[in-house]
Design a protein around this ligand. Sequence first.
Ligand SMILES: [Zn+2]
Ligand SMILES: [Zn+2]
Length: 357
Amino acid sequence: MDTENLKTAAGSTDITDYGNKDRAPLPITMQAMVMDAAGQSLVSKMLPLPVPNEEQVLVRVIACGVCRTDLHIIDSELARPKLPLILGHEIIGTVEKTGTKVTSLKQGDLIGIPWLGYTCGHCPYCLKDQENLCENALFTGYTIDGGYAEYTVAFQKYCFRLEPSYDNASAAPLLCAGLIGYRSYQMVGTAAKKIGFYGFGAAAHILIQIARFQGKEIYAFTRDGDLEAQSFATRLGAVWSGNSTDSPPVKLDAAIIFAPAGELVPKALKDVDKGCPVICGGIHMSDVPSFPYQLLWEERSVRSVANLTRKDGDDFFGLLSSVKIKTETRLFPLKQANEALAAVRNGDVEGAAVLIM
Ligand SMILES: [Zn+2]
Ligand SMILES: [Zn+2]
């Protein structure tokens, strides 16, 4: 136990201020898995409960998904994280306390906390309805603390209020794999029918369910020889699955690359038809190798997806009221966050890894 943190907690946290009369008082400290520095394992610590500011809520975390982005942060592929940092941006939890200016949420609400944690509202991108590109954005589990902990705080306007049926670990992957995956999926356009998914993990296994509901054909590409992932894709309704180096049986109307492998860009361009897009859905990718202009010719395009907007979340959760999504999850206790990250890194998870508190 971290006695220094306990001292801080006792000095800075007024527990009489927490909770209302008919709820159990909140603890003074919480368990958290902390990244002290990039390239190192997370360290289990007892920390003082975070204190919400006037626009924030204090949230008891029920579950938090483990995203590949968390690995990119640990591996220094994303620059300048907050340090020390509590990772995690696929958070399901309940509101325990509200800041003095919080009006949209109340104690007891079930909420989801996504990657986009805050935007400024006045930069050129916010003013153009592109808050996903905000110059002053804060990101959950990257530039502000996230959900690899028993409690966290979040700005009220960036939380999604959820139906009670989402009160479980299987909902956690919807917050990033589902939501940012859905932003990628929307970028292929409604006319695309034959869609390639490159990398069949957390995002693809959610999106294939939406795509099938909408009558699309999904072609699933996995790491070469990953027969388990290929049969997983087939089980979820892919019309074809194979190695990322294989050619699909038809020309595709669109490709979405979920795997962080730059060599998939020219490969996907080869697989799509004239005039069709290749969408890069990840926040980080290894270098894209040079390729002949011929692959891009005939109005093929390559586009990346960055972050999410609150509207994406509203659209996505709105859609889920008519599409029943079943996520596949492998659960880990909070203290096994390092094991969960290793499993994601090694491709040992069918669907998504989720920490439970
Ligand atoms: Zn902004
Ligand atoms: Zn993510």
